[in-house]
Design a protein around this ligand. Structure first.
Ligand code: ZN
Ligand code: ZN
Ligand code: FE
Length: 754
């Protein structure tokens, strides 16, 4: 018989809210080992004794059989004299110590819970809040760590005897499932009128909601991270009613669909896309629209849901509420965040009624508080890998491993658009979920709350705060008032660093194309080629600049940048323009704009590729005014002819790409599809030409690289010539990924002895 030993095992990482302690308990009891397991702020501690042989087996299985969502970042072992434990226990969580444990994202309903939900003999049959240690809300309901019920918005619900039995039974799959509940003791689902009157509760509320939706009502439904507006996706009239009420004219809506086979009726879906739709994160997946066959009976109202583009966003029900609703209604549903334009989504009934009273007809509500609102995530597949457009529910705020250990604690404030903030310590970065555009007051408020929340939960005080170089970013004042050391980083450099961080690169040739970012020379950059080495960068190539006629207004109205280019090309002969931008401007408006262009009045220079897409959109897609960001790019994608391989020649003068003459050739082309297709090919050619002689890793970042058509073309070219290149996988290529880059940039500067 081998010697009796006692081991103290400390585990850091994602070990709370994932069924870790019950797993350890079961394993220890199975092997007849004694001791205990407990949660603490740094993760979990196991103290365990038995024969060395059995302990070996225990350790082996601790790795091999770990719970699905558990993630061990660090394990330390200590050997001690045997203590003489009689049994194996799960001890109360310890509140002291330094925080090393991590916040878990919300997890979609698991297979076991799904089975119970559908089983009439189960006591949670049709129960809209079913969950277990493998699934259910996490981030959205948590106030503090460790992840115990008392620290969540489930604290107000007293467990009934049956739930308590399960919660305390280590052999039960709901052992220490913190949000455990049942129809007797849990949150209550309510179908309500606008005045608050309750029409039905529990599963009856679901059935009632389904009926109301079928009768063309618009419902506000409380999901995991906030309210959604929901309506029948099969009827154009209803979808358009929602558009009018929400004042959202063209921006595509996401659709929730019950099964993959239904989804296949309206979209082309690859294996990977299928996996993403079914994944535990359940993001919205952007898919290519499928043309319905002529005699096909059911199809969603595609043209109202995503007008003028050839993709749309689909997702599968992720919470039991959504699952029950989908099964009850059996038709696809438009599901869009309950907000007006870019405001944050509403998180409770009062807020909903205050802000959106005229938008919805009825509400499907429940009485568990959402502590941390979180949007749906959005992804698309590129080169057989998922790329984020928005990183939120299901993913954030899971930590991102950094390629290096940081010396300082860093808070990164990200960018002004599509903001996401990050805190970083040791070798980890924790990015908040997508927050949004900070020029909106309500969103800015959420920005502040996210920072406070992460700082509080992680008991985090930064040594350094990283901000964007832009002098007019709204958070500047806030950042100064924090009174920590500030570091400014250039926007496109941060974009590049963000990909480099994902892959642990120290040097790179970066192509960063986006809408706009403040440049080192005070102009607006957005079509940059940067040579990056050891924490420093050199701008080696850029697009020829053009004026944004009217500044900010030019971003919302592509016809203004188009006019600006026409003035550049034709000068005084601008009478021709009337023909090129028919009905774009009134006669006297043109005269004013011409003077503005000539004198540079409120018309800053930019090298933005995002705006170049706008020029093409206005001239060749008649998109004079954008109703949502990125509209031109998306609508031009739909015009691309993949059979066309031609491109336009262009010149480079020193370090400027002279692209303007391309527009003359495009105008001469006559065939619009051909000119748009050649435009895409030309951009890909520009990328390829720029890296031909580069012997460094190539990184691509910036919102423009969310354009699937352009990316596909570039990847084709780079692969054909066996060029090593890197695109984002962990964070979005758009400004949502900036905070990660800012952290990496701060790290490089500290290496350089700054
Ligand atoms: Zn479950
Ligand atoms: Zn109960
Ligand atoms: Fe950007």
């Amino acid at each position: 018989m081998s010697e009796i030993l006692r081991l103290i095992i400390e585990i850091q990482g994602t070990v709370q809210g994932v069924g870790f302690r019950p797993f350890v308990f079961r394993l220890a009891t199975l092997l007849d080992l004694k001791g205990y397991v407990t949660n603490n702020k740094s993760g979990a501690t196991i103290e365990i004794e038995g024969s060395s042989e059995l302990l070996d087996r225990f350790l082996g299985r601790l790795y091999l059989q770990k719970p699905q969502h558990a993630n061990y970042l660090k394990i330390s072992l200590q050997q001690k004299e045997p203590f003489g434990y009689f049994d194996f226990k799960i001890k109360e969580s310890q509140q002291d110590g330094e925080i090393k444990v991590h916040l878990m994202p919300d997890i979609s309903i698991c297979q076991n819970c799904l089975k119970e939900l559908k089983n009439p003999k189960n006591r949670r049959f049709n129960y809209p809040f079913i969950n277990c240690t493998d699934c259910g809300p996490r981030y959205s309901i948590i106030k503090a760590l460790p992840y115990d019920r008392i620290n969540t918005s489930m604290a107000n619900f007293i467990m009934c005897p049956n739930c308590k039995k399960e919660y305390e039974n280590p052999k039960d799959r709901r052992f220490h499932a913190e949000p455990i509940s049942c129809p007797d003791c849990g949150p209550r689902l309510m179908l309500r009128k606008k005045d608050g009157t309750i029409l039905a509760t529990g599963f009856d509320a679901i059935k009632g909601a389904a009926k109301l939706i079928k009768r063309d009502n618009i419902l506000a439904i409380k999901g995991i991270g906030g309210f959604h507006l929901v309506c029948d996706a099969t009827k154009s009239l209803t979808v358009n009613k929602l558009r009018q009420r929400k004042r959202r004219i063209l921006k595509p809506f996401a659709v929730m669909i019950g099964t993959i086979s239904e989804a296949l009726k309206c979209a082309e879906i690859s294996e990977l896309e299928k996996d993403l739709l079914n994944s535990i994160e359940r993001p919205i997946v952007l898919l290519k629209k499928r043309k319905p066959h002529r005699l096909e009976k059911f199809c969603i109202a595609c043209d109202c849901i995503a007008p003028g583009i050839d993709t749309f966003g689909l997702f599968m029900p992720y919470s039991p509420i959504h699952k029950l609703l989908c099964d009850a209604i059996k038709i696809p549903l438009v599901v869009t965040s309950a907000n007006i334009s870019e405001e944050p989504l509403c998180k409770d009934f009062d807020e909903l009624c205050k802000r959106l009273e005229d938008v919805f007809d009825y509400v499907l509500d429940y009485d568990r508080e959402i502590i941390n609102p979180v949007d749906d995530s959005v992804v698309f597949v590129l080169d057989d890998k998922p790329v984020f457009i928005r990183r939120a529910r299901g993913y954030a705020p899971a930590p991102i491993r950094l390629p290096t250990k940081l010396e300082k604690k860093i808070l990164a404030l990200g960018a002004q658009q599509k903001n996401s903030i990050a805190i970083a310590f040791d070798d980890l970065a924790i990015l908040s979920p997508h927050i949004g555009d900070l020029d909106n007051l309500a969103t800015f408020d959420r920005f502040c709350k996210n920072i406070e929340m992460l700082r509080e939960i992680y008991e985090f005080t930064p040594d350094l705060v990283v901000i964007d170089k832009h002098p007019n970013y709204i958070y500047r004042k806030y950042a100064k008032e924090l009174k920590f050391e500030l570091l400014e980083l250039q926007h496109h450099y941060a974009h590049a660093l963000s990909v480099m961080c994902e892959y642990g690169l120290n040097e790179a040739f970066a192509i960063t194309w986006d809408g706009s970012g403040y440049g080192d020379d005070g102009t607006i950059w957005g079509g940059e080629f940067l040579d990056i080495k050891k924490g420093d960068y050199k701008r080696v190539l850029s697009f020829d600049t053009f004026r944004l006629l009217g500044g900010e207004a030019a971003i919302k109205e592509p016809k203004r940048v188009a006019l600006s280019i026409l003035f550049d090309l034709f000068g005084d002969d601008f009478f021709i323009i009337n023909e090129l931008l028919p009905n774009g401007f009134k006669e006297d408006e043109l005269k004013v704009l011409f003077l503005m262009h000539k004198n540079g009045l409120n018309s800053p220079y930019t090298s933005s590729v995002g705006r170049i897409f706008d020029i093409v959109g206005a001239l060749f897609g008649s998109i004079y005014e954008c109703s949502y960001e990125g509209e031109c790019g998306m609508r031009l994608e739909a015009m691309y002819d993949s059979e066309c391989n031609d491109f336009y020649d262009y010149d480079i003068d020193g370090f400027r790409i002279l692209f303007k003459p391309i527009f003359l050739k495009m105008i001469e082309e006559k065939d619009i599809i051909r000119s748009v297709s050649k435009f895409f090919n030309t951009l890909a050619k520009i990328v390829f030409d720029s890296i031909k002689d580069v012997n460094k890793p190539i990184v691509l970042s910036g919102g423009v690289f969310q354009n699937r058509v352009l990316c596909k073309k570039i990847i084709e070219l780079l692969k054909e010539h066996k060029k090593e290149f890197y695109i984002h996988q962990k964070v979005p290529p758009n400004d949502g990924g900036i905070s990660l880059g800012q952290i990496y940039g701060a790290h490089f500067l500290s290496l350089n002895g700054d």
